[in-house]
Design a binder for this molecule. Structure first.
Ligand SMILES: Cc1ncc(COP(=O)(O)O)c(C=O)c1O
Length: 373
């Protein structure tokens, strides 16, 4: 190939976004307002923050946000029970994941993750030229739990360990003391091997749905990074606000890769208000827990096989890829968009369905009655 024939540049591993509502509406010949996104784990209704949206903003929108995001940082520090210098605001949890990979991985590094899990860990790892070492979770009938000895062994010599608590897409959560046990093993192995202990990123995007966090373990394991978001329980996915939470010396290399003002003034104001009004997220979490129990009950009654969930989504097993694909297509034809998994995915015979409003869930239940499991 001559230089002129070369492709424009290397193609990095990329997250493939779900199709847009407009695309699906056109494909299935449905009005766009009739579609319900059961695939993206968002909350059904945003919090009422109209008072914030109408401004005025400080600083005004003609200026950049303050580089320290002091108001947002103070609200997040109080909410997560840490000091302000342990909070780094990011454009959603996904930016925090990317910055964490940039901070701790380089060409030839190894990062470890427990699969099946959120695809971004593998993607941001490989984008750094590092290798993603996948450790299988325990079987479904063992609650998809972490294989702690296998994780600790795989992490020998690794630079980073990714954890997702509660885990997407299984909806399961590890008791915090089990995470503590893993951290102790990582520290002990590193001491034995004469190496630095790996950084450990715990993605707590869905933590509010379980009501616990491992953030208190950062004293015991200083290289712990906890990642939080306003996208799920706070119902602000469109605002794109998340955080990396860690001791200042662990946060410093992560901060060094963030663009100076990646969170807009509008988003920072919305997120600050949402964190200062925790009753809004608490009410959302309670509504979702009630609807989740109802959905799981109804699905079970009609012969679907949902797994228990600690998050705002439910994993349903259909037992064969063909039946899962047929169920997905039948749902889509009714305007209900499920999350499917690729053919080579360990959950290829499953669908993942977000818990939505009572009325939207009614549509899902009615559809499920007509769709064989
Ligand atoms: C486990 C997990 N982490 C991070 C994210 C992305 O969150 P954000 O919207 O804050 O970027 C998601 C979104 O689905 C997720 O499931």
């Amino acid at each position: 190939m001559s230089p002129a024939d070369q492709p424009a540049g290397p193609t990095a591993p990329t997250y493939v976004w779900e199709p847009t509502t407009d695309f699906l509406a056109a494909k299935y010949g449905l009005p766009r307002e009739s579609l319900v996104r059961f695939d993206v784990n968002t909350s059904p209704l945003p919090p009422d923050l109209r008072d914030v949206l109408t401004g005025p903003f400080d600083p005004p929108l003609s200026e950049y946000p303050p580089s320290d995001y002091a108001g947002l940082v103070a609200a997040a520090a109080e909410s997560y029970g840490v000091a302000p210098d342990e909070i780094l605001p990011t454009a959603g949890a996904d930016e925090a994941l990317d910055l964490t990979a940039r901070a701790f991985l380089r060409e030839g590094s190894v990062a470890v993750g427990a699969v099946p899990t959120y695809a971004m860990y593998g993607i941001v790892t490989e984008q750094r030229g590092a290798r993603f070492r996948a450790v299988s979770r325990r079987e479904a009938d063992e609650g998809f739990g972490l294989d702690i000895p296998a994780m600790a062994e795989a992490a020998r010599g690794a630079d980073l360990v990714w954890l997702c608590e509660p885990n997407n897409p299984t909806g399961t959560a590890e008791p915090p003391e089990r995470i503590g046990e893993l951290l102790d093993r990582l520290a002990a192995n590193a001491a034995r091997d004469g190496l630095a202990a790996p950084a450990v990123a715990v993605d707590e995007a869905y933590a509010e749905f379980v009501g616990s966090s491992v953030v208190a373990l950062r004293g015991r394991y200083p290289r712990l990074v906890v990642i939080r978001t306003l996208s799920k329980a706070h119902a602000l996915a469109g605002a794109r606000v998340g955080f990396a939470v860690a001791q200042p010396e662990t946060l410093a290399p992560i901060l060094s890769f963030r663009a100076p003002a990646s969170v807009s003034t509008v988003s920072a104001a919305l997120a600050t208000a949402a964190l200062r009004r925790p009753e809004l997220a608490a009410a959302n979490v309670a509504r979702i827990a009630e609807q989740r129990a109802r959905l799981i009950g109804e699905m079970t009654r009609i012969g679907w096989r949902p797994y228990p969930s600690r998050a705002n989504f439910i994993l349903v097993r259909f037992g064969s890829v063909k039946i899962a694909a047929a169920a997905a297509e039948a749902l889509l034809r009714r305007g209900l968009v499920p999350r499917t998994f690729g053919l080579d995915h360990p959950l290829a015979d499953c669908l993942r369905l977000t818990v939505r409003s009572a009325r939207e869930n009614d549509r899902l239940i009615r559809a499920a009655m007509e769709i064989p499991a």
